[in-house]
Design a binder for this molecule. Structure first.
Ligand code: AMP
Length: 362
């Protein structure tokens, strides 16, 4: 717990050095706070914009101790930091968010159980521990589903999609014996997310919900306003606030939803939660008074949260893989705000940057 706001000159430790860590470090620097990045990768994108860096494996608990002893608070830009690492850091500094949020979001099954226990709808699922469970899952939920590994899955990684015309043997053959869940395919109308920031006192602020478009299971675009009914936005906020409260969460939290069309008992289903700043909140950098990165830093540093007021309509477009070859064209086009993550290698499916387009609010 941080009782008194950390003054400029204090240090925020960040586990993870990807683009989210980079944008967090830049937000911290703007407030006069120093970022100390911990990453196992010697060329992490966050390194070039941070005051201090530690390059060490997450499992090096001596390095973790040394790092944690040098920072005023430690946070994460990536939820799959080993729990032992995060808990070890907590012996030497304040951590925010707490380890429960990480523990739950690291395991799809634990996450679904947590959400269901608080009355928050999730897609019908079946726990998979062995090959024969896949047959039982298909028998119970039908063949239209996705087999997802419980751990380390994101952006469609670790997922096998089945379907009415696909032989279940394909999934059985591809199944590698890792604990997984079989999730029924949700026939959603659209996808939205809700981003909240919560501080140590329990104050919560919300950003407007973006409508998100995925391609190849990777976020491609976010549109704000989402043009969804007010009731749906209110429900998304209520679910997100409940999750943040139940986790006694500090920082920015993202909740991804499937919105089901028509009149249904559960107009929203949670797909997943991310205990960190989120790709579907990148538009806040240019369309809001205080963006998600600054609000995360404010929350973990014990500052008053900033206003989430949106002054523009906006569309965020991700630059994935070779999309970045167009950087020159984008940089020269009127009204396109380009953000480049400084990754030294372009790979298929790798997030390299994003573009925010702004429009007047009518
Ligand atoms: P995930 O990695 O679980 O966040 O999934 C990435 C994307 O895949 C989601 O944003 C959806 O577009 C799609 N997806 C994942 N699970 C389901 C599901 N049960 N039903 C329909 N689409 C899904």
């Amino acid at each position: 717990m941080i009782n008194k706001p950390l003054a400029p000159g204090s240090t925020i430790g960040i586990f993870g050095g990807g683009q989210l860590g980079r944008m967090l470090a830049m937000a911290a620097a703007r407030l006069g706070l120093h970022a100390h990045i911990y990453s196992p990768q010697h060329n992490a994108p966050a390194f070039e914009v941070s005051k201090k860096q530690t390059v060490a494996p997450y499992t090096d608990l001596n390095a973790v101790k040394e790092f944690a002893s040098q920072v005023d608070v430690a946070t994460v830009e990536f939820e799959n930091i080993p729990l032992d690492t995060y808990e070890h850091a907590a012996k030497y500094t304040t951590i925010a968010p707490g380890q429960t949020a990480l523990a739950i979001s690291q395991d799809r099954l634990a996450e679904k159980k947590f959400l269901s226990s608080h009355g928050i709808p999730v897609a019908p699922y079946f726990e998979i521990n062995r090959e024969t469970d896949i047959v039982s899952a298909i028998y119970k939920l039908g063949q239209d589903g996705i087999l997802k590994t419980r751990r380390m899955g994101y952006d469609g990684k670790g997922q096998i999609r089945l379907g009415a015309n696909i032989d279940p043997d394909v999934a059985i053959k591809a199944y590698n014996g890792e604990p997984a869940v079989f999730e029924q395919l949700v026939n959603f109308n659209l996808e939205i997310s809700c981003l909240v920031a919560r501080d140590f006192k329990g104050e919560i602020v919300f950003y407007d919900c973006p409508r998100n478009v995925h391609r190849n299971q990777i976020l491609a675009e976010s549109h704000v306003p989402a043009n969804i009914p007010d009731d749906l936005e209110k429900l998304a906020r209520a679910f997100a606030a409940k999750i943040a409260e139940k986790l006694n969460y500090v920082g920015v939290l993202a909740v991804e939803f499937f919105a089901i069309g028509g009149v249904t008992d559960t107009p929203l289903i949670v797909n997943e939660i991310a205990p960190r700043v989120h790709n579907s909140g990148h538009w806040t950098m240019d369309a809001c008074v205080c963006d998600q990165f600054e609000n995360h830093i404010r929350a973990v540093a014990g500052w008053q949260l900033g206003t989430t007021r949106r002054h523009s309509n906006t569309m965020m477009v991700n630059m994935v893989g070779s999309d970045m070859d167009r950087w020159d064209e984008v940089a020269s086009s009127e009204g396109a705000i380009l953000h480049v993550y400084g990754k030294d290698e372009t790979r298929d499916g790798r997030k390299m940057g994003h573009i925010n387009y702004l429009y007047d609010i009518d």
